[in-house]
Ligand binder design. Structure first.
Ligand code: FAD
Ligand code: NAP
Length: 550
C-alpha cells in the first residue's frame, strides 16, 4: 500500500495524476516514472487490473488471443510470461497484470480504494485539482484519465429493478469469492458478450436457467485450447515482428495482407472463405473480406453464413430462429466469441424468453414479470453491459476553462481531438477516449500507443519549457467531422449498439470510435507530434515541471 498524505494539495512534486489502474494506468505509471515524472495513480478498486479486476463472472476471458492481448513494451516481460490458453481466462489475465505491477514495482505509487469524484482546472495556476471520495485534494499540472471504456456498469431501466429479494449479480461487478448456483433457479437478463460467455457455465450449475433476450447477437466459436509450448516458443522468438504487424494493422491483430472483397467474390469463394475463417474462430471471422462492414450485400452474406451455423448448433428450429439476428449487420454490434453458447439451448434446464414478444414489465422480490408470464428465481444475473466510453468520465465532475463541465461540452455527443484531448480542457488526456480506435481494436495495442504518445508529449513540454497544451477548437471540429464521416461510410450506424450510445436511455446517438484503423491513426498521431503538436496550442504554463531521476 502506498503511503500518501491526506491532502496532497501542497505537494509541488507531483507532476501527473492518473485515474485508473488497468492495462492503461499501469503502463502509464511505468512509462512516466521511467521518464522521471512524479506520478500518482488513484484507483477505485482494491487492486490493479481494471476490467480484469471487476469482471470475474464464470467464463470471462479475452476475445483477442492472449499472446497478442498483452504488453509489448518490455521484451523481458514478453519472454518471462507464458500464456496457457489461446484465450486466457480472467484469473490468468488478472495474474498477469498483478505480475506487471510487482515486476515494475508499481503499487507504491497507486492509491487503491479511492474514487476520484471531481477534477477542476485552475487557470491561474494551470493545474488540475482532483477530489477523492475520501475527501483528499490532489493537485498536479497534468491529469490523465485511464478510466476505461467499459468500466461503468448499467442496470436495466425496469420497474422494481432493485427490489429482488435474493442475491443479484452484475457480470461487471462480480464477487471475488466463488458463487455457487447449484440447485438454484437463476434468471439472466442480457445476451451480449458477457452473457454469451457466462451462460454455458451457469447452465451447467443451476437447476433451471432462464435467459431474457431482447436482441440476439452473432457469435463465432473461440475454439479455445491450451497453448502448445512449441507455438509459444515460436511466438516469443518472433515477438518484435508480430507486435509490429499488430501496430501496422487495421485492428491491432497480427494479420498480413489485405483481405479481398466479398462483393466481387463468387458464391463458392465466399462460402470457402467464411468457412475457413469460421474454422480459425473468434474475431478473425470479420477479416474474411475487407468490405463486410461497408457493403450491405457483403455483410448479408456473412450474416447468413453465421445464421446457418446457429441453425446447425441449435436443435429446436424455433429457438434457433429466436437466437438469429436479422435486423442489423453482423459486426456492427460487437461480434461475440463463445464456447458452447448455442449448444446450451439444447439443454433441458435452459429456457429462452423473447423480450421482443413479451417485454419485462417489472422485477419483483421473487422474480421477473413479463407481459406474458411470471418467472420465480433464487438468483438474478444482470449481463446488461456498460455506459460505454463516456459513462465513467461523466461520473466525474470534470471542469475545464471557464468552469465548463465536460458533460455539458459533450451533451450532444463526445467531442475530442484524436480521442486524446478536448478543447477547453488543457493538460488533460484520455486513454482510448471517444474519437480514437479504442474498442474497435486490440485494446492493449491502442493503450500502449496512447500512453507512449502522451509520455512523449509531456517530455516534449518539459524539454521545451512549456507547461500548457490544449486542443484547438478548429482541430477538434475537424476531427469530430472525420470520425463522423468514417462512421457514415460504414454499416455501424445501422445497429443499436453501445458503440453508438443506443444502450443508454437519453444518450446522444453518436458513433464514438474512430474507424480509420490503428495503423492510419498511429501515423496521424505521430505526424501531429512531429509537426510540433499540430492542432494543439502550446504555451508556457504557470508552473514548471523539472526533470528528475527516480
Ligand atoms: P479498465 O481496465 O476499465 O480500467 C479502468 C480503471 O479505472 C478501473 O479499474 C476503474 O475502477 C478505474 N476508475 C474508473 N473511474 C474511476 C474514478 N473516478 N476514480 C478512480 N478509479 C476509477 N478488449 C480487448 O481488446 N480484448 C479483449 O479480449 C477484451 N475483453 C474484454 C472482456 C470484458 C469482460 C470487458 C468488460 C472488456 C473487455 N475488453 C477487451 C475491453 C477492456 O476494457 C480493455 O481491453 C482493457 O482492459 C481496458 O483497460 P483500461 O486500463 O483502459 O481500462
Ligand atoms: P452488452 O454487449 O452491452 O450486452 C448487454 C445485454 O443486455 C444486451 O443483450 C442488451 O440487449 C441487454 N439489455 C440491456 N438492457 C436491457 C433491458 N432493459 N432489458 C433487456 N435486456 C437488456 O454488454 P456486455 O455483454 O457486458 O459486453 C460489453 C462489451 O464488453 C462487449 O461488447 C465487449 O466489447 C466487451 N466484452 C468482451 C468479452 C470478451 O469476449 N472478451 C466479454 C464480455 C464483454 P440489447 O442488445 O437489446 O440492448
Amino acid at each position: 500500500m502506498v503511503s500518501v498524505s491526506r491532502d496532497t494539495a501542497g505537494d509541488a512534486s507531483l507532476d501527473v495524476v492518473v485515474v485508473g489502474a488497468g492495462f492503461a494506468g499501469l503502463y502509464l505509471l511505468h512509462r512516466l516514472r521511467s521518464l522521471g515524472f512524479s506520478v500518482r495513480v488513484y484507483e477505485a478498486a482494491s487492486g490493479v487490473g481494471g476490467t480484469w479486476y471487476w469482471n470475474r463472472y464464470p467464463g470471462a476471458r479475452c476475445d483477442v488471443e492472449s499472446v497478442d492481448y498483452s504488453y509489448s513494451f518490455s521484451p523481458e516481460l514478453e519472454q518471462e510470461w507464458t500464456w496457457t490458453e489461446r484465450y486466457a481466462a480472467q484469473p490468468e489475465i488478472l495474474a498477469y497484470l498483478e505480475h506487471v505491477a510487482d515486476r515494475f514495482d508499481l503499487r507504491r505509487d497507486i492509491q487503491f480504494d479511492t474514487r476520484i469524484t471531481s477534477c477542476h482546472f485552475d487557470e491561474t495556476t494551470d493545474r488540475w485539482t482532483l477530489l477523492t471520495d475520501g475527501g483528499e485534494r490532489v493537485v498536479a499540472p497534468y491529469c490523465v484519465m485511464a478510466t476505461g471504456c467499459l468500466s461503468t456498469t448499467k442496470l436495466p431501466r425496469v420497474p422494481g429493478v432493485e427490489s429482488f429479494a435474493g442475491p443479484t449479480f452484475h457480470t461487471g461487478q462480480w464477487p471475488h469469492e466463488p458463487v455457487d448456483f447449484s440447485g438454484q433457479r437463476v434468471g439472466v437478463i442480457g445476451t451480449g458478450s458477457s452473457a454469451i460467455q457466462s451462460i454455458p457455465h451457469l447452465a451447467r450449475q443451476a437447476a433451471q436457467l432462464v435467459i431474457f433476450q431482447r436482441t440476439p447477437n452473432f457469435s463465432v466459436p473461440a475454439w479455445n485450447h491450451p497453448l502448445d509450448p512449441d507455438y509459444v516458443a515460436e511466438v516469443k522468438a518472433a515477438y518484435p515482428e508480430r507486435r509490429e504487424l499488430c501496430r501496422q494493422s487495421q485492428a491491432g491483430f497480427p494479420i498480413e495482407g489485405t483481405p479481398g472483397s466479398a462483393s466481387t467474390a463468387t458464391e463458392e469463394e465466399r462460402a470457402a472463405q467464411f468457412g475457413a475463417k469460421w474454422q480459425e474462430g473468434g474475431l478473425r471471422f470479420l477479416g474474411a473480406f475487407g468490405d463486410l462492414l461497408i457493403d450491405p450485400a457483403a455483410n448479408e452474406a456473412a450474416s447468413e453464413f453465421l445464421r446457418t451455423k446457429i441453425r446447425e448448433r441449435v436443435e429446436d428450429p424455433a429457438i434457433a430462429a429466436l437466437l438469429s439476428p436479422t435486423d442489423y449487420p453482423c459486426g456492427t454490434k460487437r461480434l461475440c466469441v463463445d464456447t458452447g453458447y448455442y449448444e446450451t439451448f439444447n439443454r433441458d434446464n435452459v429456457t429462452l424468453v423473447d423480450l421482443r414478444r413479451s417485454p419485462i414489465e417489472a422485477i419483483t422480490p421473487t422474480g421477473v414479470v413479463t407481459t406474458e408470464a411470471t418467472y420465480e428465481f433464487d438468483a438474478l444475473v444482470f449481463a446488461t453491459g456498460f455506459d460505454a466510453m463516456t459513462g465513467t468520465l461523466a461520473n466525474i465532475d470534470i471542469r475545464g476553462t471557464d468552469d465548463l463541465p465536460l458533460i455539458e461540452k459533450w451533451h450532444d455527443g463526445p467531442r475530442s481531438y484524436l480521442g486524446l484531448a478536448a478543447s477547453g480542457f488543457p493538460n488533460l488526456f484520455f486513454i482510448t477516449g471517444p474519437g480514437s480506435p479504442s474498442v474497435l481494436s486490440n485494446m492493449v495495442v491502442s493503450i500502449e500507443q496512447h500512453v507512449d504518445w502522451i509520455a512523449d508529449c509531456l517530455d516534449h513540454l518539459r524539454r521545451t519549457g512549456l507547461g500548457r497544451i490544449e486542443a484547438t477548437p478548429e482541430a477538434e471540429e475537424q476531427w469530430v467531422d472525420l470520425v463522423a464521416q468514417l462512421a457514415g461510410l460504414s454499416l455501424f450506424e445501422k445497429a443499436n449498439s453501445w458503440y453508438i450510445g443506443a444502450n443508454v436511455e437519453g444518450k446522444p446517438r453518436v458513433f464514438m470510435p474512430y474507424l480509420g484503423g490503428v495503423n492510419t491513426y498511429r501515423a496521424q498521431c505521430d505526424e501531429i507530434a512531429a509537426n510540433g503538436y499540430q492542432g494543439f496550442s502550446l504555451r508556457e504554463g504557470a508552473h514548471r515541471v523539472e526533470a528528475r531521476v527516480r
